[in-house]
Structure formats: C-alpha cells, structure tokens
Design a binder for this molecule. Structure first.
Ligand code: SF4
Length: 405
C-alpha cells in the first residue's frame, strides 16, 4: 500500500480509501454484516487506513455497522474515520449538534478524524452558514472532537472555488474519474484546492461501475492496443493516482476480487508515473465513452424514493447499457427491476414534483431525460413482460402466505 499526506497534515493516509456507501447487502437490502466486516478488515489488515461513510449511507445503517462490527477489537486505532454531516436534512441550528452527537454514538467514538459537510453546493453552503455551521465547526475543531474539517461537493466549479475560499478547510472530497475530468469541481477544482493547501479525496473513481465489468466492444478494443495490459479498473484508478494533488481515492468495494485488485493497484500507483503513450490510450477511451453514454447517472440513488414509484436509477442504467452494449438485455433488466418494485411505475406517470432533481448531485435533468426512457425502453413488449412478472410475483406471494398459515 502506498501512502500520501494531505498538505496540512502529518497523518499518512492509504491512497486507497474504503467507501462504505455500497457495502455488500442481503437479499432484503440490509448490510450483509459478516461479509462486509470480513472485507473491510481484510483491507485494513493489508494497509488500508481510511474509511469513508456518511450519516445517510445505507439508510443510516453504515455508521452504526462500522461502530458495532468493524471498529472493535483494536481496529478503531488502525484507521482514520471520515464521515459526513447530512446538511441536506438540516433546517434548524439545533439539528447540527444532534446529528453530530448521533454520529459519534453510532460510530462508538469520541472523535472523528475527517469530518465533512455532505454534498455542498453554493446554496447549501449559504444555508448552512446562516444556521451557524462556521461557529460549530470552529468549536468541534477547538475541543478536539474533529481532527480535519472538509466538505464533499456536487455543483459547478465557480461555487466550488468560492466555498474553498470561504473557510480554512483541511480537505475536500470531489467526484473525479476518466469521464468526469471537467465535470463539477473536476481537475481544475482539484488543483485549486491543492493550491490552497487542502487535501483531496476522490469519490466515484469508476463512475458507479460504468468504467469496469463488461465493456463496450469499442472501448475494449482501445484498451487492448496498450503495450501494458491492465484491467479497466486498474487503468481508471492509476489515472487518478497519477495526479499528485490527489490524496485518497475511495472505492466502494463489495466483491473480494475487487478488493484484491484495488489493493494491488494501490501498491504501485505513484504520482506522475503514467507515460505519454499510456495517457494517449486513456484519452482515446475517454473520447469513446463520451460518444456512447446517454445519461450521466452514477447510480448513487440520492433521487430515490420517487413518490410515484419510478425506479429512476434503473431506467438510466438500462438506457446507458443499451447504448454502451447495444443489446436487448438492458430492456429485460429494466423490466425485471421495475416488475419487482413494490409499486412499479412508468416514467409517463411522473407528476413532475421535481424532488428527484433537487436531490441529484449530478444535476441531471431527470424529467427531460425521461423522454429517452419512454422512447427506448418503455415499449408495449416491456410493459407486457412487467405485467407477467407482476402476476407471477403476486401469485408466489399468495402461495407463500398460505404455506405460512
Ligand atoms: S419529478 Fe417525477 S420522477 Fe422525479 S420524484 Fe417527482 S414524480 Fe418521481
């Protein structure tokens, strides 16, 4: 494992951080605790020392899971904990202290090493300032409950710079990957923050999984031209670590093979280590993805739940799969995802409340993008398939209930 330090901190941080937003789950959707615990501790035992969570991850269960199951038996002392204040839920000053106390309680700790205001943009920062967040941050820093203060960000570059300028932050967390080099804060934002002496933590390095797994044929062909053969995840992570202003890259790992691979990449990815030839291959891949993707959804599910029951991330995932791979399985997957929804709904049932767009950190014009979903996914065959799935599902549930009696 390689380590880097934030410019204003003496704490060595593993270049690979563990993102605890996408831990492995059971069929019922709860965190698969034995599996997640084994995976996290394996990574820690192999040198990873930065765990990133948030109040809202796994519907509030991520922090408590870490506190109760991972950070016991001496593991608290082996790691740096990063977690985030849920600014999006805060409307009154007194809630700030309450959320913070709850986070300490959930994590079974009396200090948080890296504390962030979650998902800031210009207007949310203004609202938090009006609620007294600056005084609060100064206080928890002074009394030692927080070692490093930062913010995660989803918004335009000018707002990012303004927030960087508005408080003596220790670090920031931004989205950065092969497809988002100039999106939101992007490369310019990273350089700006580093220029002010801030550490930089990267989220969504694999763009919600789009950059790995099954690849579009044209992208695969570009990677195969490279003189050094690497996996797509290895290329994508290595490209980020090539940037000397990046301190930690978070990966939401939930498969053993991914953890092994990422740990391996993290042990050899030094700053400025990619050759001009390697960077040229990467540029080709970036351009090809730009041609293929229809919607910039990363599957973070901030937009959910939709009050009508539209499965927004599933719709966009299917739309991108369709254009990336050109196969009909994307349609089938969308039908299955929709059919097994508790209250399935189609995009033409959208009432236009806009709640999803307000919550989307990617600022996707969701209602506008639904036109593509209707045109390409929601045809009579798919609706018929969903009707069959629903009949089968409700029938199975009835049989199960009878058997339970
Ligand atoms: S705008 Fe439409 S899709 Fe978005 S939350 Fe409201 S009903 Fe759901």
């Amino acid at each position: 494992m390689l380590y880097r330090k934030m410019p204003n901190s003496e704490t060595p941080l593993s270049v690979l951080g563990y993102g605890c937003m996408r831990l492995p789950t059971t069929a019922a959707g709860a965190i698969d605790k034995p599996k997640a615990k084994a995976q996290l501790r394996y990574a820690i035992d192999h040198g990873l020392n930065y765990l990133d969570t948030a109040y809202i991850y796994h519907m509030g269960a991520s922090e408590r899971f870490l506190g109760e199951h991972v950070l016991t038996d001496g593991y608290r002392e082996k790691v740096q904990i990063a977690t985030k204040l849920p600014c999006m839920l805060i409307t009154k000053k007194e809630q700030i202290q309450k959320y913070f106390d709850k986070q300490l309680e959930r994590l079974y700790t009396d200090r948080i090493d890296f504390y962030l205001l979650h998902a800031l943009n210009g207007s949310l920062w203004a609202r938090m300032k009006a609620l007294g967040i600056v005084e609060f941050m100064n206080e928890i820093r002074k009394n030692g409950q927080i070692s490093h203060m930062g913010f995660s960000f989803h918004g335009p570059l000018d707002e990012f710079k303004a927030i960087c300028d508005d408080y003596p932050w220790d670090f920031t967390q931004v989205q950065y990957n092969l497809l988002d080099e100039h999106f939101q804060a992007g490369a310019e934002g990273i350089d700006y923050a580093a220029g002010k002496g801030m550490g930089v933590v990267i989220m969504e390095p694999l763009r919600g999984g789009i950059l790995v797994g099954k690849l579009p044929k044209t992208v695969q062909e570009i990677w195969e031209k490279a003189t050094i053969q690497r996996s797509p995840a290895d290329w994508a992570l290595r490209w980020i670590w090539n940037n000397p202003n990046v301190t930690v890259v978070l990966s939401g790992m939930n498969e053993d093979a991914h953890i092994l691979e990422n740990l391996n990449t993290a042990s050899t990815s030094a700053p400025d280590s990619l050759t001009p030839q390697e960077l040229a291959i990467i540029d080709e891949v970036k351009a090809e993805y730009g041609n293929l993707l229809q919607v910039g959804c990363t599957g973070g599910r901030y937009c959910m739940p939709c009050p009508i029951g539209i499965n927004i991330p599933a719709a966009f995932h299917a739309l991108n799969s369709l254009s990336l791979f050109g196969n009909v399985m994307a349609l089938y997957d969308y039908a299955v995802e929709t059919g097994f929804n508790q209250n399935p709904a189609w995009t033409n049932q959208c009432i236009g409340c806009g709640a999803c767009e307000k919550a989307c950190p990617q600022h996707i014009e969701i209602r506008k993008e639904f036109v593509k979903v209707r045109r390409q996914l929601e045809n009579p065959i798919i609706k018929g398939l969903v009707a069959i799935i629903r009949l089968f599902w409700t029938g199975t549930q009835r049989v199960q209930k009878k058997l339970q009696k």
